[in-house]
Design a protein. Structure first.
Lengths: 783, 156
């Protein structure tokens, strides 16, 4: 393989349209006769709907119709399906009507829709829809919701427990009995609001003559949305086209098939015109999925030399009011199976309760389950180090799984692909000058200044994943990928892929792969994604799977192209096929490198087929599917250095060192960009972000005025480095890098703050570590 | 009740009758079809809708179209001249200062205003100057690098 393009930091090929304003996001599309939809949403967290009066609204200027959940149901639109039901967990799946019919169960639950000729008029009319509610008691806290006497959300879900799922390996009770020390903690992994900068939007154009629909939507996985729409709209799958045009960030929040997808299709059908809905940011806070929200009671057992023996945990995972698309898989498979992280911990037991509450549904948010697992183990390791008065770096090194290249099976049953955890950690410690920094910390403390050093050494599961495993763990789809490579007579290439990137840059990295493997210029390759009619079936972009799984499919198609090109070359050069070799864009006769055909020569001849092998199909196009034999497990070590101003409680990040390993790197610039963004989102959780509900399950943090997103001014320059441990799970040896930063940075920063606060004897604080919270803790410690 | 508004957008004179409540961002996006300016929030926090109004960066979701009467507006579509990218556009591309691209037009125009006021900003000044613009993808590091790079190129 040519290494000229593979591995180099070429500029992104998607950028010209994005920096000039020519990119088209869903809300940018305007169709002839298009109307706008506004959604009437419940201001109550839990209430019976007594009456919905629509007459006034329906009579307003420009209004084409006002519709309720019952009308939508009568038109044949069914409940939104949950696509992940974890086996052996007795999961209850109460119906999730796209528009509430008799009961609202969270603030933001849709109650009615208004369709009007103009965006402003639709909102005016939505204000005029009168709904009579009979408020019911509500509950927002997952643990509390399971207690007797609490409000019940769904008729057939006693104590609001949607499921109980257990993971266990080894003998935890025996390990705890034989332990020298144990530590215990209650961790609140708080609820977060993903806040992709582009709000969600959906535009449907329904044709009654053909019973077919085109939906433009802000989706990370248009093929999944099409599949699910075929289940709940009554329109068959082949009549549905879903287009995810430019998508302005997702972070998991654009995976689900949302009620509004169905609503615009319904509205387009009954109004007879294209209908567009675009979310406001305030709506986004209430009606787009949230992430995290775990209450975790956790314990760790260790020997006095620092060897970790076991983890025991009980978790209440807040699912919100209804099951979103991948909801139940997040706190189970993507969380519980990763509890031991990068460490060799032989005994694991976790019980997870998935709980319905009167809150916005939760689902995958960047990291999705792994941040909740990684924070848990990284916090427990710190507590063990404290209890044993050991250096937390030493406890980590003592417990790492030793380097491996060909699989390592952990207590939860997963087999990690490859890892060298100690190498990444040593590299990070060296970049940091750990010993020097500890000395500086001690000196500063004498002066009354407080810096802290925090670690996170992680391994995470991504590159989802083998389809058989997906089926076995209850995921309602496959997890393979697909690609079509098509050579034109001119030697230029179109590639159609099933993944659906939305900022991750695969239009560039995939073109780099094609260019490197087939000897075409990178600018001669066009990558198409995000349209069910123009791309082959694929399962989308999430779980850091686009590159590890998608590139496997691409490599499959490339291999087929090469094999066919060899046959054509052999014919043209009058040689035997077995004698044709390939290198750097040339198909040549072994031993005679001067006798060759380029891929462009072959493409021309295959397309015109004038002088062509007998019996060989014309054309130079190949389609391939790739189902990986395993997940991939990127890993690394992140170290945060923070300074706490003890007078104000403000935490400043002074340094941030990250060493990550995602196997082979296709474009280092893009990989670094993914890490930067991931770090900032994870630091957001540690220091500023958190969705807060009050006693009545009202969302108190319902806008960007109340929910603090990280800003440019909050960060130092990140210091990044890589190690490279390839995987044998896919042809290129690549692992996903989309979520590592988010997974690693929350515990690293949290541990750093707690390290800074150690002289005050503050052992625990809940996230986010806002100045007020830190200041109060210092004040009460000083008393 | 509609009100006349005449503005110069990206060098072209435009005249329309608009509702008093029409936001400048919707005038640009829906009346003029200039969809490069994006709407990311409704509380003036995110800065995605930033345009230049008489040379100053404003959040066009908090300006009424009628308030722009007589103003010169520049949107992202007007930044490149004769097909040649502005140094800021080039630098954002070169330094990987964008991922999903949604915040990018606003980010570039805010940076434009910043560099006009301070052609040689420090990293800290760049970060401070971009505080009114949110990006959820890049972690800001490469945006800062892009603005730094553009400042160097614009001096040259």
């Amino acid at each position: 393989m040519s290494s000229r393009i593979f591995g180099s930091a070429i500029k992104r090929r998607e950028d010209p349209r994005l920096i000039t304003g020519q990119a088209k996001y869903t809300d940018d599309f305007v169709l002839p006769g298009m109307a706008h939809m506004a959604v009437v949403r419940s201001p109550y967290a839990h209430a019976k709907i007594k009456a919905i009066r629509t007459t006034t609204a329906a009579a307003m200027e420009g209004v084409l119709g006002v519709f309720t959940g019952k009308e939508m149901k009568d038109e044949g639109f069914g409940p939104i399906p949950c696509a992940w039901v974890v086996p052996n967990s007795d999961t209850k799946t109460p119906p999730y009507p796209p528009i509430a019919i008799d009961t609202v169960r969270y603030v933001g639950n849709a109650v009615a829709i208004v369709v009007a000729t103009d965006r402003y008029l639709a909102r005016d009319a939505a204000e005029a829809v009168e709904v009579d509610y009979d408020p019911l008691p509500a509950v927002a806290n997952a643990e509390k919701a399971t207690a007797k006497g609490q409000p019940q959300l769904h008729a057939d879900v006693p104590n609001n427990v949607c499921f109980k799922w257990t993971v266990k390996g080894g003998d935890v009770d025996a390990a705890f009995q034989s332990a020298d020390v144990t530590v215990k903690e209650r961790i609140i992994n708080q609820r977060l609001v993903p806040n992709a900068l582009e709000p969600r939007a959906a535009l449907a154009q329904y044709s009654s003559a053909m019973n077919e629909v085109t939906l433009w939507a802000t989706s990370q996985n248009p093929h999944i949305v099409r599949f699910l729409l075929s289940l709940d709209t009554g329109i068959p799958e082949q009549k549905i086209r879903v287009i995810a045009p430019e998508v302005g960030g997702g972070f998991g929040s654009k995976i689900p098939h949302y009620p509004e997808d169905s609503m615009v299709i319904f509205a387009s059908k009954v109004c007879g015109c294209p209908v567009k809905w675009t979310e406001t940011r305030s709506e986004n806070f209430r009606s787009t999925i949230h992430g995290r929200d775990h209450i975790q009671d956790v314990e760790m057992a260790a020997k006095k030399d620092g060897t970790i023996l076991a983890i025991r945990a009980k978790v209440w995972a807040n699912l919100g009011a209804y099951l979103s698309t991948a909801s139940t898989g997040i706190p189970t498979i993507l969380h519980g199976l990763m509890l031991s992280g990068a460490y060799d911990i032989k005994n694991i037991h976790e019980d997870v309760y998935g709980v319905f509450t009167n809150t916005t549904p939760t689902d995958a948010y960047r990291g999705a389950g792994r941040p909740e697992a990684t924070f848990m183990v990284e916090r427990l390791v710190e507590l063990v180090a404290q209890k044993l008065k050991m250096d937390p770096a030493d406890v980590r090194k003592k417990n790492f799984i030793p380097p491996f290249t060909d699989g390592h099976t952990v207590a939860t049953g997963l087999t990690y692909d490859s890892g060298n955890y100690v190498a990444a950690f040593e590299k990070a410690l060296k970049m940091l000058d750990y010993a020097g920094l500890r000395k500086r910390q001690a000196d500063l403390r004498k002066k009354g200044e407080h810096i802290g050093i925090g670690f996170c050494t992680y391994s995470e599961i991504c590159g989802l994943g083998p389809s058989q495993v997906a089926g076995a763990v209850g995921f309602g789809g496959g997890l393979w990928e697909s690609a079509i490579v098509r050579f034109h007579p001119s030697g230029k290439v179109n590639v159609m892929v099933g993944i659906s990137p939305h900022g991750q840059g695969e239009e560039t990295t995939f073109a780099q792969i094609v260019a490197s493997e087939l000897g075409v210029a990178v600018d001669d390759v066009e990558i198409t994604h995000g349209d069910t009619e123009r791309t082959p079936m694929g399962w989308g972009s999430y779980g850091s799977r686009s590159t590890p799984v998608g590139s496997g499919a691409l490599m499959g198609a490339i291999t087929k192209i090469k094999d066919k090109a060899k046959i054509v070359t052999a014919h043209l050069l009058e040689a035997a096929v077995e004698d044709i070799d390939y290198s750097d864009g040339r198909f040549f006769v072994k031993g005679s490198p001067g006798k060759f055909k380029t891929i462009q020569d072959v493409a021309l001849m295959a397309n015109v087929a004038w002088n062509y092998p007998k019996g060989l199909e014309p054309g130079l196009e190949a389609s391939a599917f790739f189902d990986p034999p395993n997940f991939v497990y990127p890993f690394g070590a992140h170290i945060a250095v923070v300074r706490v101003d003890v007078e104000t409680g403000e935490v400043r990040l002074e340094r941030y060192v990250a060493v990550d390993d995602c196997g082979r790197v296709i474009n280092p610039m893009i990989v670094e960009g993914q890490i930067h963004g991931g770090i900032v989102q994870g630091v957001g959780q540690a220091l500023w972000e958190g969705a807060v509900y009050d006693e009545n399950a009202q969302l108190l943090t319902g806008s960007l005025m109340d929910y603090a997103l990280p800003k440019a001014d909050y960060f130092p320059l990140f210091e990044l480095a890589m190690t490279e441990t390839p995987t044998n799970v896919n042809p290129l040896g690549v692992k996903g890098i989309g979520e590592t930063g988010t997974i690693a940075s929350t515990p690293a920063v949290y541990n750093a703050v707690m390290d800074a606060l150690a002289p005050f004897g503050i052992g625990k604080l809940d996230m986010p570590l806002t100045p007020e919270r830190v200041w109060r803790a210092i004040q009460s410690a000083r008393r | 009740m509609q009100y006349p508004v005449s503005v110069t957008v990206n060098g072209a004179k435009r005249k329309h009758n608009v509702d008093a409540r029409l936001l400048l961002v919707h005038y640009l996006r829906e009346t003029l079809g200039l969809t490069g300016t994006n709407v990311g929030c409704d509380t003036s926090q995110c800065g995605s809708c930033t345009v230049l109004m008489d040379g100053k960066a404003v959040k066009s979701c908090t300006v009424l179209a009628v308030q722009a009467e007589g103003a010169k507006i520049m949107t992202i579509e007007g930044l490149a001249e004769n097909g040649k990218l502005h140094p800021l556009q080039d630098a954002f591309w070169e330094k990987h200062g964008l991922q999903c691209g949604f915040c990018t037009p606003g980010m570039i125009l805010t940076a434009h205003n910043l560099l006009e006021k301070n052609p040689k900003p420090s990293d800290a000044q760049i970060r401070h100057g971009l505080e009114g613009n949110l990006c959820r993808c890049t972690g800001y590091q490469n945006i800062v690098a892009a603005v730094r790079e553009a400042a160097t190129r614009m001096k040259a």
